[in-house]
Design a binder for this molecule. Structure first.
Ligand SMILES: [Zn+2]
Length: 370
C-alpha cells in the first residue's frame, strides 16, 4: 500500500511524507493558533495575532516549516551516513518525526557517534539561529509581530526537538550515542545491553512521573522508549550472533524431500516419525513446492488418504543461496512471514533452512559468548 507521498529528492534521497503527518501538521497548526504566551518578553504561539484568519495562516506556515526542520534533522543523519558510504533508500516523515531507511549500519562506534549526533546538531543549529534572529525581528517589528513570534516559536521547538532526541534512550539518538560511546570500551552487544538498560530505567522514571502527574503524553513516550529499548536489544543480539555465519553453516542437509504423489496420510506418518514440520516437494529432480504441517491440517482427516501432496502444497517459493548470510535468511523469513527457505545452488536443492535452525544458531552463539 502506498501511504506516503514523495516530495522530491535531496542528495539523491527520496523524501516522503506519510499521510498521518498531514493530520499532525493540521493539529500543530491548530494548537499554535489557539494559544499565545509571553515569557521574558518573547512571545510564542500565534493566538494573539489579529485578524483571526492570519493566526491560522501563520500557524499553518509554522507547522510546515517545523516539519521541514524535522526533515533537515533526518538529512543530517543521512548526510553523515552517505559520507561513510552507507546507502540510504528513503526518508519518510511520520507523525512522530522522521525515519531514514538505510542499509545495515556497519558496527563502527566512531561512525555511529557522528551519525547519531548529526541529527540533534542540525536541530540545535536551526534552533539557535532562529532564536538569535528573533531578537532583531522583535526590535524591528515588535515582540508581538508575526515574524518575531514565528522565529521564536520555531527556535524553541527546534531546541526541544534537539533535547528530546538527546534523551539517553533507544530509539532516540541519545540512546545510539550512548551505545556508541560504550562500544568504544566494550563489546558491541554488551554496550547495547547497557544502553538499553539505561533506556529502560529512564522509561520507568518517565512512566512514574507521568502517572503521578497524570500526563498522558509522558506515559505514551515512556511506553515508546521502553519498547524501543527492548527491540533494539533483541535486534542487535540477533544480528551480532549471526555475524559471519552463512546459510550453509546452519542449513539442514542433505534434505529429505518427498514426491508429489505422496498422500497426506503418508506425509503425516512421515512427519511423526521424523519430527519435521515441513518438506520440499520434488517433481523428479525439480523443486516444485513446499508442504508443511499447516497445509496438512487444512485438509479434513477423512480426506487425507485420497489427497495428494501436490494438491495442497505451497507453490510460491522464496529461495536462498548457501553462501548468503544467515541474517539475510532471517530477514526474508520475517518479511515474507514464512518459516523455512529451500537452499538452492546451481539450480539444485542442497538444503533447507528453518527458523528453528536460526534460533539454534543464535542460542549456540550466545553460549559461546559467555
Ligand atoms: Zn535523529
Amino acid at each position: 500500500m502506498n501511504s506516503s507521498l514523495e516530495l522530491g529528492k535531496i542528495m539523491g534521497i527520496p523524501v516522503r511524507l506519510h499521510w498521518t503527518l498531514l493530520l499532525v501538521i493540521l493539529y500543530v497548526a491548530w494548537a499554535f493558533a489557539s494559544f499565545s504566551q509571553t515569557v521574558y518578553g518573547n512571545t510564542y504561539g500565534f493566538g494573539d495575532i489579529e485578524p483571526a484568519q492570519m493566526r491560522w495562516l501563520y500557524s499553518l506556515l509554522f507547522a510546515v516549516v517545523l516539519f521541514a526542520c524535522v526533515a533537515l534533522h533526518e538529512l543530517g543523519h543521512s548526510y553523515v551516513a552517505h559520507k561513510n558510504g552507507i546507502g540510504i533508500k528513503s526518508i519518510t516523515l511520520y507523525f512522530f518525526g522522521g525515519v531514514a531507511s538505510m542499509e545495515e549500519i556497519p558496527r563502527n562506534p566512531r561512525m555511529e557517534l557522528q551519525m547519531a549526533f548529526a541529527g540533534p546538531a542540525v536541530s540545535g543549529v536551526l534552533g539557535f539561529i532562529s532564536v538569535y534572529l528573533a531578537g532583531p525581528a522583535a526590535a524591528y517589528g515588535g515582540a508581538s509581530s508575526a515574524l518575531a513570534i514565528m522565529l521564536w516559536t520555531l527556535g524553541i521547538m527546534n531546541l526541544i526537538l534537539m533535547a528530546f532526541n538527546l534523551l539517553p534512550a533507544f530509539p532516540m539518538d541519545g540512546g545510539r550515542l550512548l551505545r556508541a560511546w560504550f562500544a568504544t570500551q566494550m563489546p558491541y552487544i554488551k554496550a547495547t545491553r547497557r544502553a538499553a538498560d539505561i533506556g529502560k530505567i529512564f522509561a520507568t522514571l518517565m512512566f512514574l512521573l507521568g502517572l503521578s502527574s497524570l500526563n498522558f503524553m509522558l506515559l505514551f513516550v515512556a511506553f515508546f522508549v521502553y519498547v524501543g529499548a527492548s527491540e533494539e536489544e533483541k535486534a542487535t543480539e540477533i544480528s551480532v550472533s549471526l555475524e559471519g555465519i552463512s546459510v550453509r553453516n546452519i542449513m539442514s542437509a542433505p534434505v529429505r524431500s518427498i514426491a508429489l504423489d505422496m498422500t497426506l496420510d503418508e506425509l503425516k506418518e512421515l512427519m511423526f516419525r521424523e519430527k519435521h514440520r515441513g518438506y520440499p516437494v520434488m517433481d523428479g529432480d525439480t523443486l516444485t513446492g513446499i508442504i508443511t504441517l499447516t497445509d496438512l491440517q487444512k485438509v479434513a482427516e477423512a480426506q487425507r488418504a485420497v489427497t495428494r501432496v501436490d494438491q495442497v502444497m505451497t507453490r510460491k517459493l522464496y529461495l536462498i543461496g548457501p553462501e548468503e548470510e544467515a541474517s539475510t535468511a532471517m530477514k526474508m523469513m520475517n518479511d515474507m512471514q514464512i518459516r523455512r527457505l529451500p537452499v538452492i545452488a546451481e539450480g539444485r536443492l542442497v538444503g533447507i533452512v528453518s527458523r528453528e535452525d536460526l534460533v539454534r544458531a543464535i542460542e549456540l552463539c550466545r553460549e559461546r559468548e559467555h
